[in-house]
Design a protein around this ligand. Structure first.
Ligand code: ATP
Ligand code: MG
Ligand code: MG
Length: 605
């Protein structure tokens, strides 16, 4: 792994620190609890928690829960778990809703300072006031802008008390319509939220009709908030909430993504009006992945239509999915750090991400032999009860230790390592050609093979053990293949279902597919090998997980590893990196593995 601090030492983040280096750093990661975190969020987490850690400060996890429709406790819990899994410990966990009373009071203060007014314009009217759809017409103030302060105050309280329906009234900040920045054109400060169903623009007409009918029931007007319940009928907007909560919490560096660049002006405008402590907002480039979809609505559709099994399906790029797939959190932090931080968006290919993960795994996980698609090999000249215990290191690094595996008369090899007909340019197993079994003292040579009468598949290969006669030199095979022996007394092999994870989409930009992103789905995004076999060292790997190299995760601020089945990771020699999936049963029966990544790019297998 790389130097986890390099992104804080030079460049964008170092400059941001220099702008305000006299105070103890306090940052926050501010997700909205309306979905699961995805790979893009790992950058925001690494930046906010890492920046604070590097400068000896603190980082808070703040749930920005100001849109009750769509926010849920389940997402709140999942996000916190994911932050801890990535290796960070929030110094405090806060919610924007903790401040609803205080925010409300400040909204009244703003009205009293003639900094806000209650407006009853429709969406279309406001667009027109802001210069029309293309912004080319002159901008103008609406009639409500100049209403008396006391009238706005009364109306704002009426909003609070439930007098209005969504769109019936909103509190707008009295900013500067002359300013060229649209973020100064009297942004909303408080609104009466609609229920989620009404917002979805993909709704069927009939659903929409239903929603309208429901809407007429008074008690249904305001959605339920997962923390404050039905206490509030009005909710503060992002523009009103974020800067004030940053100030309340004493945030020094408010780091966010570049789409908020224009918002910096309104952020400062509002804090200047209402509070003393003034955090500094700075904007960095987003991390996006090509070849996948990250939008909640699209992933929801994939889950609903059963293209994937759940939000944490290993083919997705949500963080719970990457976790289940076995990607170590340190590999994600290392990847983010490698990309560095600037104001530019990084659009990353899946391939590049996988290369980074592979590099990380190579140095941190033990090795085993695993046969994905086994074919039986009987070494005819070994006695039926032949049992030899062979010693195998867990890694090139001696610190990982060794384990033993049985070698017997019957072994299983990879189907793709056998050919019925030999050729001079082929070096694995074929009739008449000696091949090495990794760590076995002498090579074996295939003599004959049997086939299934109907399918034509090879069922058994017969072989001879090439033990040299007295005084002769042993044969030197051209290549070595992995294998697993059959030994009932040693409980070998351990059988497993292995899920190979391929790209979920065919193209780099599924969203651009003319028939919609679902039409771009790769039909073989998951390949299942139900009869895979693992050598007995797996038991020890499972017992010892997580392995020491993973414990001090790269760039995190905690030492511990969050437990989970996926922390049982290993390299299946010649086959890739694997981890245990949560679908596994507790014992050694019913093991399910995910292949995290292949050993090399584009090997197919
Ligand atoms: P999405 O719509 O993808 O969920 P969001 O901005 O609505 O994104 P939030 O949960 O509100 O998601 O984001 C929490 C924090 O993570 C914000 O500071 C946001 O800027 C940051 N963030 C979100 N997506 C990315 C990304 N792709 N790259 C970097 N930071 C991101
Ligand atoms: Mg979000
Ligand atoms: Mg958001």
């Amino acid at each position: 792994p790389n130097d986890p601090d390099s992104m804080f030492k030079v460049g964008f983040l170092a400059d941001v620190y220099q702008e305000r280096s006299s105070e103890r750093v306090i940052t926050r990661f501010p997700p909205e609890p309306n979905g699961y975190l995805h790979i893009g969020h790992s950058k925001a987490i690494a930046i906010n928690f890492g920046f604070a850690r590097y400068h000896g400060g603190e980082c808070y996890l703040r749930f920005d829960d100001t849109n009750p429709a769509g926010e849920e406790k389940e997402f709140d819990d999942s996000i916190e778990e994911t932050v801890r899994w990535l290796g960070f410990t929030p110094k405090r966990i806060t919610h924007s809703s903790d401040n609803f009373d205080r925010l409300y009071e400040l909204a009244e203060v703003l009205i009293q300072k003639d900094g806000a007014y209650v407006c009853h314009c429709t969406k279309a009217q406001i667009v027109d006031q802001r210069g029309g759809g293309d912004g080319k017409k002159p901008r103008y103030a609406c009639p409500h802008r100049s209403r008396p302060i006391l009238e706005s105050l009364t109306e704002f309280r009426a909003m609070r008390d439930g007098k209005y329906k969504p769109n019936g009234a909103a509190l707008r900040m009295k900013q500067n319509l002359e300013d060229g920045n649209p973020q100064m054109w009297d942004l909303f400060a408080y609104r009466i939220p609609r229920k989620k169903e009404e917002e979805a623009d993909e709704l069927l007409e009939e659903d929409r009709e239903d929603a309208k009918e429901e809407d007429t029931k008074e008690e249904d007007l305001a959605p339920h908030h997962y923390r404050t319940g039905d206490k509030w009928k009005i909710y503060p907007t992002y523009d009103f909430t974020h800067c004030l909560c940053d100030s309340f919490e004493g945030i020094t560096h408010s780091l966010c993504t570049v789409e908020f660049e224009l918002s910096r002006v309104s952020y400062e405008w509002l804090n200047n009006k209402l509070v003393d402590h003034k955090p500094m907002q700075r904007e960095y480039g987003r991390l996006s992945m090509s070849g996948t979809v990250l939008s909640k609505r699209k992933i929801q559709k994939l889950v609903q239509d059963k293209h994937v099994r759940s939000w944490d399906d290993p083919r997705l790029y949500t963080l719970p999915a990457l976790r289940r797939r076995g990607i170590p959190p340190g590999a994600i932090l290392s990847f983010v750090n490698e990309l560095g931080v600037t104001k530019a968006t990084s659009n990353i290919e899946i391939k590049r991400f996988e290369t980074s993960v592979r590099r990380y795994l190579e140095m941190t996980v033990p090795r085993l032999m695993l046969v994905l698609d086994p074919i039986k090999v009987v070494i005819d000249d070994l006695p039926d009860d032949h049992l030899e215990m062979l010693e195998l290191p867990f890694s090139k690094d001696p610190a990982y230790g060794v384990h033993t595996v049985p070698f017997t008369k019957t072994v299983y090899i990879e189907r793709s390592d056998f050919r019925e007909v030999d050729s001079p340019d082929y070096f694995r197993m074929a009739p008449g050609k000696p091949v090495g079994l990794m760590k076995v003292p002498y090579p074996i040579t295939a003599t004959t093979f049997e086939k299934h009468p109907e399918s034509g598949q090879v069922t058994v290969v017969h072989a001879r053990y090439e033990r040299p006669a007295e005084g002769e030199k042993p044969l030197k095979p051209k290549s070595f293949i992995h294998w697993v022996a059959s030994s009932p007394t040693r409980k070998s092999p351990i059988t497993a279902e292995v899920r190979i994870i391929n790209p979920l989409f065919n193209s780099d930009n599924p969203a651009a597919h003319p028939s919609g992103f679902l039409a771009d789905i790769n039909p073989t995004s998951e390949e299942i090998f139900p009869n895979a076999m693992i050598e007995t060292g797996f038991e020890e790997i499972r017992r010892r997980a997580p392995w020491p190299a993973e414990a001090g995760e790269n760039g995190s601020d905690s030492e511990g590893v969050v437990a989970g089945p996926e922390t049982v990771r290993f390299q299946g020699m010649r086959m890739g990196y694997f981890c245990v999936d949560g679908d596994s049963e507790a014992g050694m029966e019913g093991v399910v593995l995910n292949r995290i990544v292949s050993l090399k790019e584009d090997t197919g297998k």
